[in-house]
Write a protein that binds this ligand. Sequence first.
Ligand SMILES: NC(=O)c1ccc[n+]([C@@H]2O[C@H](COP(=O)([O-])OP(=O)(O)OC[C@H]3O[C@@H](n4cnc5c(N)ncnc54)[C@H](O)[C@@H]3O)[C@@H](O)[C@H]2O)c1
Ligand SMILES: O=C(O)CC[C@@H](O)C(=O)O
Length: 526
Amino acid sequence: MVKVLISDELSPAAVKIFQERGIDVTEKIGLKPKELAAIIGDFDGLAVRSASKVTADVLAAAAKLKVVGRAGIGVDNIDVKAATARGICVMNTPFGNNITTAEHSVAMMMALARHIPEANSSTHQGKWEKSRFVGVELYAKTLGLVGCGNIGSIVADRAQGLKMKVIAYDPFLSPERALDLGVEKVDLDALLARADFISLHTPLTDQTRNLIDAAALAKCRDGVRIINCARGGLVVEADLKAALDSGKVAGAALDVFPVEPATENILFGHPNVVCTPHLGASSTEAQLNVAIQVAEQMSDFLLHGAVTNALNMASVTVEEAPKLRPYMRLADQLGAFAGQATETGIRKVTVEYEGHVASLNTRPLTALILQGLLKPLLADSVNMVNAPLVAKERNIDLTEAKHEREGDYHTLIRLTVETERWSRSIAGTLFADQRPRVVDIKGIKIDAELGPHMLYVTNDDKPGFIGRLGTLLGDNGINIATFALGRAAQGGDAIALVEIDGPLPPEILRAVQALPQVQQAKALVF
Ligand SMILES: NC(=O)c1ccc[n+]([C@@H]2O[C@H](COP(=O)([O-])OP(=O)(O)OC[C@H]3O[C@@H](n4cnc5c(N)ncnc54)[C@H](O)[C@@H]3O)[C@@H](O)[C@H]2O)c1
Ligand SMILES: O=C(O)CC[C@@H](O)C(=O)O
């Protein structure tokens, strides 16, 4: 039975979805990485929010794990690189909580503008400090968005409703999209110089870490207010504190902190700082959305091979998965054939898709081909998730080509592998029964179905070879299931693909290799 562990607080809707699909669910909340590592080996899937730390050590202990699902957006609590290297798919739910987080950012901006938290606390204490809490209007003020993706663009829309002027710094925001959103695209220095309020909406990356430091704050308008509902590491807190103390920054609203849970922080207790405990995504609606999405995505992946919102793998929709399945078998076989037939370093891989298959989503097929190709070298450490990365790390140049027009076959995948010594190709098709057939090896036509154990022979096309090979196998008790032949030209190079009923003992393989006319013989396993 497929088993999933939920290690952070998730709406019960997630458990219900897993169970309805026949998946066994265990909930264990609040585990430290060591505790998670101790139990993860038993699970096929892990569902988390932001509290669980899915470290390289946790992943190293996850022998069966196929997928980590993040109910939310940021995956900085998951070592995606380590997951990719181990072939574990990492998926998130990028749209489930964006409205809620955008609304929280706007709420924080209003709280700052009108001192609401402090005024609330003072009023509860029976003070009536009207003159202490004089605020500022948002109307006609400039809001600077750093990052204008899903959340930033919703904040822009809400701020425009409040009649604010919105400017945005986002190197990946196209001028057309900026126009659509009604925001002015600016560079970072212009944003810092012009904004009355700055709201951060980027992921935490090497480029965005410490983006708001002393130098950036010095470029801001006096009395700027800063809102961070993205990630703690975007702001250098010590520099922010100094700017708050000097009055350069009039106020800061922070939902996120470099260390979470944040039980102590240099900004806690500052009169001009509003804090919430990473509540950006915490609404009933958002938590229901992300829990449902993550449970559906993980179930579809574990049960049907569908891939949605993966950060380290090509997407495959539930509709695509059944169409791709027979091609996946073919891709796997072509890659495995070429991988087992290749003995020297691979330099270049070309995959051509022709006819029907060219109209499909071929990225997963290419990943499977690479997996099959690299498996003889790397065994179980390579799979569909990490194969493209592993190939890249090994400087294997990959080219994909698609030709929707049909050639000799209704549908065809051709794989060409170039090594330091030679270039070889193998092509396969699907017949009407949807079973894969190899139809071309090294330019020689053949019609072969690959079984679990195959003998692949390259020989000179001379009389007597087939009889000798049959006799050798028969005399050694090896039953032939199918026998496919092809040749380049009469008397030229020929190939034989023989399906046998079990593994070929090494001494028999040596005897085949010693037959006259045999150029090369290999035992292949599929
Ligand atoms: N507080 C919360 O509970 C909460 C909830 C959801 C998301 N988040 C955080 O908010 C972030 C943004 O979420 P989103 O859904 O809008 O993501 P998104 O990917 O849709 O948008 C991020 C934007 O940042 C831009 N960007 C990337 N690098 C940049 C850089 N160096 N400078 C400027 N812009 C840059 C990207 O081009 C993109 O448009 C997430 O990464 C997550 O960390 C926090
Ligand atoms: O799960 C949460 O509460 C926070 C989620 C948020 O940080 C996100 O990146 O989606």
